[in-house]
Design a protein around this ligand. Structure first.
Ligand code: ZN
Length: 236
């Protein structure tokens, strides 16, 4: 990482910020693209992503970096708080991306990934911080259920409330995800698997929800934790 990358953004002018991004693109085009030309040629006319990845808009989360995946591997949808509105409430960007990924791209996995130090989760805990942000406030109503689950079940005395809420929010969004007919149908027939992850920015650890154990555990070793309900139909 060069010195410039370490500069606090606050010391950077608007012009410098844009220049940094454009310089990066020029480096990509000159140095990176030629090395991966074959891949981009293959991707030029089709995509067959390995998974759909729903995560927060937070700039510190870089799905392709933390999963070491290439262009074409992840169908990514991002928004404040890695929210999935329940089906029917909002025919917006997230619902559209889900339907497209499942029906048109035939993805077999949908990963919902929350993260440590999430501003959206902090806002859910301190709703008064959103007084001047009515749109964010309305959006985060989809995370309200997680807040209630935590409040009703966890005294949180001396606990990491933010961490617990972040996990509960991922579980709430997994529940919402399963209200989408395209998702529910393919889960029922064992053609689609859903996963709930939380990524820690400081340590790089990822924990995933294990539905059988009812808790999150590291995906670093051992069998992959499964959050998907059992299939009820077979299409062989
Ligand atoms: Zn976040």
């Amino acid at each position: 990482m060069d010195k410039k990358q370490l500069d606090a953004p606050a010391t950077e002018s608007a012009d410098e910020a844009l220049q940094y991004i454009v310089d990066g693109f020029r480096r990509f085009r000159k140095e990176v693209f030629p090395q991966q030309e074959e891949l981009f040629k293959k991707l030029a006319h089709e995509q067959t992503p390995r998974a759909m990845f729903i995560t927060c808009a937070d700039s510190r989360i870089v799905p392709e970096l933390i999963t070491q995946t290439n262009p074409g591997d992840l169908f990514v949808t991002r928004n404040v708080g890695n929210v999935v509105p329940p089906y029917g409430q909002m025919m917006g960007g997230v619902s559209t991306a889900i339907e497209f990924a499942v029906m048109a791209l035939n993805v077999h996995h949908i990963i919902i990934c929350g993260h440590s130090d999430c501003g959206a989760m902090k806002a859910v805990l301190n709703p008064e911080s959103l007084e001047k942000m009515p749109t964010v406030k309305a959006w985060l109503r989809h995370a309200e259920v997680a807040k209630t689950v935590v409040a009703e079940n966890c005294g949180c005395d001396g606990h990491n409330t933010l961490g617990i809420l972040t996990k509960e929010n991922v579980l709430a969004q997994l529940d919402h995800l399963r209200t989408h007919p395209s998702v529910a149908a393919k889960i029922a027939s064992g053609q689609l698997f859903v996963h709930g992850w939380v990524y820690d920015i400081e340590t790089s650890e990822i924990v995933a929800y294990d539905a059988e154990l009812g808790e999150f555990r590291s995906i670093d070793e051992g069998p992959m934790p499964l959050a998907t309900p059992r299939a009820r139909y077979r299409h062989d």
